[in-house]
Design a protein. Structure first.
Length: 309
């Protein structure tokens, strides 16, 4: 896209969780306070809502729109609000993007059609998804690369074609296969120098830190301070400093992301935010399930070890 319409996400882009009241409704007061807190850190370049960390697919359409609006109003234009676009069908996703634009979103993070996770995608279908969403909504888009272990992970040719399409200005890469990362990221850089490359490897940040423009991570919603340090160390090519931040954070990384299912990371993030006093509750929606009291204690101890409590 033309540079004057491109958002600058070169820094930390947290993906905040969606707070719920104890009876399960979206807690808009807590969401507004949380959004202001995150947007207040120098180096935070945007907030991504309605993704995995934000339980976006567990919200009704009305709740999704209201969530975007609350964050847009809370940050008052200081940072852009980016909406996860998760609808399964292409036309459905395009309509979702139109709603996001109308609610004030500045960009969209396009998830693959989730049937592809099981069955794979037909050649050209991902490109068509991005094309239709942008043509219908005009929303600037972020290419989302899924883990290599899924059938919704795009081969390099597909990534290059999507990156060349109008409207696509950044990529959130979570391939979680370092062989692919090390061979594909340099090609994306060479072919599309203006494409902003953002890592979302919450549990592998050190390896990816020196190749990226920034981080688009759920982890940023819990621990913005050390992740901003990590980004600065990566951009300075200061491995010892980056390693020190990584090691300090490792207990938190283990407590949040080294769990039985990556889905549990969202529950753990909420427990951590409650412990930090950022959110009043750690309520989640089904199909997420609360973690044990022992897990909560582990998260609190980890946050203390990382000097976040």
């Amino acid at each position: 896209m033309s540079s004057e319409h491109t958002l600058d996400l070169r820094g930390l882009v947290p993906a905040p969780v969606t707070p719920f009241t104890v009876d399960g409704a979206v807690d808009h007061a807590a969401l507004a306070s949380y959004g202001k807190w995150l947007a207040g850190f120098e180096g935070v370049k945007g907030l991504v809502c309605l993704g995995h960390a934000g339980e976006g697919t567990f919200l009704t359409q009305d709740e999704q729109v209201a969530t975007i609006r609350t964050l847009v109003e809370a940050v008052g234009g200081t940072v852009p609000i980016i909406a996860g676009i998760t609808g399964e069908g292409t036309a459905v996703a395009a309509e979702e993007a139109v709603r996001a634009v109308n609610a004030g979103a500045s960009a969209g993070l396009v998830y693959p059609s989730h049937g592809w996770l099981r069955f794979g995608f037909q050649t050209g279908a991902p490109q068509d998804r991005y094309r239709a969403i942008f043509e219908t909504s005009g929303l600037p888009l972020i290419l989302f690369q899924y883990p290599d272990v899924t059938k919704a992970s795009y081969d390099l040719a597909t990534q290059l074609e999507i990156a060349a399409q109008p409207g696509v200005f950044a990529t959130k890469n979570g391939v979680r296969n370092m062989r692919r990362w090390d061979t594909e990221i340099p090609v994306l850089r060479a072919e599309h120098p203006e494409l902003q490359i953002l890592s979302c490897h919450d549990e592998y940040l050190l390896h990816t830190m020196f190749d990226v423009d920034g981080l688009l991570v759920g982890y940023g919603g819990l621990a913005p301070e050390p992740l901003l340090e990590l980004i600065a160390a990566g951009k300075a090519r200061d491995y010892p400093a980056a390693r020190a931040v990584h090691d300090r954070l490792l207990p938190v990384t283990k407590a949040v992301y080294h769990r039985g299912s990556h889905m549990e990371g969202t529950v753990a993030l909420k427990l951590g935010l409650k412990a930090r006093g950022v959110l009043p509750t750690a309520t989640v929606r089904s199909p997420l399930i609360d973690l044990s009291a022992e897990a909560e204690e582990e998260i609190v101890l980890a946050l203390k070890a990382a000097e976040l409590l």
